[in-house]
Design a binder for this molecule. Structure first.
Ligand code: EPZ
Length: 416
């Protein structure tokens, strides 16, 4: 199995280009099922998850061809309504095909996605929303068999502003008969990118990015070309790494408005950065005041940056309280950080991080992609050479992270 060897103690210097957003392209690839016309997606990140979603599309009868950062997608004919278990179990985001498949064919069979390291991750809000639109959901030997001869617009109130449920309902509703209102909708920027993509296909969606989304069903959708928004979580990860390692790094291809929750928190910690036309320039100095972090749905502090931020706080001046409110088990990185010398105590949904002067290298295991990023950050600020295993988790969601870090002067190498 491949692993990463990381030698800490070096500052980062130079410019890094952020790739397109994983959490935007995955629902957008699913939304390509809504039309039989050609779709072109630019700034498509080269990720394992994008490969898996492409395989899901091809199992249904579609074609996906990559040409550098450009994906050509066409779903001329839907040849199957079922996707193989092993693909769904590989990536939870495959559930995004439910909405578009119901809109396109009126039927979809999908194995109930399991949980993962960060939590049980049920899909009850997805199913409730689709049922409000007229779908029938049947459990059949571990498979969800969802059918909807006719989707009709409805008023749907989400118990929780779930990103995936908001996206699935939006994709099912865009060709339903009549109007749909999604209240208490998630407001993440990736939802806005999906809504823009569907509107470019001829959809009529208003209010994406707020907690009330208004969708007027249209007869059919046509092909389009779309550029995926930059990945705010990858950008935030590099900003945290630059701050923690010291040195000056320009993080390019970012939308500063998407990074507000992180930048506000880093300001509080004493991180010096400048918003420039080209991106965010970080003048890292390697040590900061401890700051409390509480993850929230957007526009709160993103749960996907909790792990890397906590890793940076292991060497802060003082004690930080990091509270995870979105997922029930998203502290898997803590035990690994403690093996590198970090002083962290878990109390309920919070991690109490007592800043220390030195972290030391160790062999650690990534449990999910953001925990993996946290371990890389910790290894970059630890004394000695760490070994990070199970790095396939990292490659699911970060496009060439080790290569980009080497470009900034980090001593990081992938070995089999
Ligand atoms: C999306 O997951 C992202 N994934 C996650 O990114 C991100 O952490 C999450 O949104 C929150 O921002 C993609 O977009 C592919 P949710 P999603 O539905 O849609 C519970 C990463 O690291 N819930 O907003 O699954 C759920 O268990 C990944 O890039 C239900 O209870 O997130 C969780 O506790 C990780 N029932 C909370 O809501 C449901 O039907 C938030 O989940 C759906 C969700």
């Amino acid at each position: 199995m491949a692993k990463l060897l990381v030698t800490g103690g070096k500052e980062l210097e130079g410019t890094v280009n952020v790739s397109g957003a994983k959490n935007a392209i995955l629902p957008i690839l699913a939304a390509s099922l809504l039309t039989s016309d050609k779709i072109v997606l630019d700034e498509a990140p080269d990720l394992l998850d994008v490969d898996v979603m492409s395989q899901v599309i091809e199992c249904l009868g579609g074609k996906v061809k990559r040409n550098g950062k450009r994906l050509h997608v066409v779903n001329k004919q839907i040849k199957s309504i079922e996707t193989p278990f092993d693909l769904i179990s590989k990536m939870r985001a495959s559930i995004f095909i439910m909405g578009p498949m119901l809109a396109r064919t009126g039927r979809v069979r999908i194995s109930h996605p399991g949980g993962c390291a960060i939590g049980s991750r049920p899909i009850n809000f997805h199913l409730k929303g689709l049922e409000c639109l007229g779908a029938q959901v049947r459990m059949d030997h571990g498979f969800l068999d969802v059918s909807a001869p006719k989707l009709k617009g409805a008023r749907i109130y989400l118990d929780f502003p779930s990103v995936g449920a908001t996206e699935n309902i939006m994709m099912a509703a865009c060709c339903a008969e009549g109007t749909t209102l999604i209240e208490n909708a998630a407001q993440e920027p990736e939802i806005v990118d999906l809504a823009n993509f569907i509107n470019e296909m001829g959809g009529k969606i208003k209010g994406a990015g707020t907690n009330i989304i208004h969708i007027e069903g249209v007869k059919e959708l046509h092909g389009t070309s779309h550029t995926i928004i930059p990945d705010r979580i990858e950008a935030g990860t590099f900003i945290l790494m630059a701050a923690a390692c010291g040195g000056e790094v320009l993080v390019r291809n970012v939308i500063p408005a998407h990074l507000k929750p992180l930048l506000a928190k880093l300001n509080e910690a004493g991180v010096i950065y400048k918003e420039e036309d080209e991106g965010i320039r970080v003048m890292g100095k390697g040590c900061y005041n401890a700051v409390d972090i509480k993850t929230q749905v957007h526009p709160g502090f993103p749960t996907d940056l909790q792990a890397p931020a906590l890793a940076m706080l292991t060497k802060a001046n003082g004690t930080a309280v990091v509270t995870e409110t979105v997922f029930e088990n998203r502290f898997m990185h803590v035990d690994e950080l403690k093996r590198m010398g970090a002083n962290i105590k878990i109390e309920g949904r919070s991690a109490i991080v007592q800043g220390i002067d030195n972290m030391y290298a160790a062999t650690v295991v990534a449990s999910d992609l953001r925990a993996g990023a946290a371990l890389i950050l910790a290894a970059l600020i630890a004394n000695g050479t760490s070994e990070i295993r199970e790095i396939h988790h990292i490659e699911r969601g970060y496009d060439n992270l080790d290569g980009k870090l080497r470009g900034l002067g980090a001593e990081i190498n992938k070995v089999d």
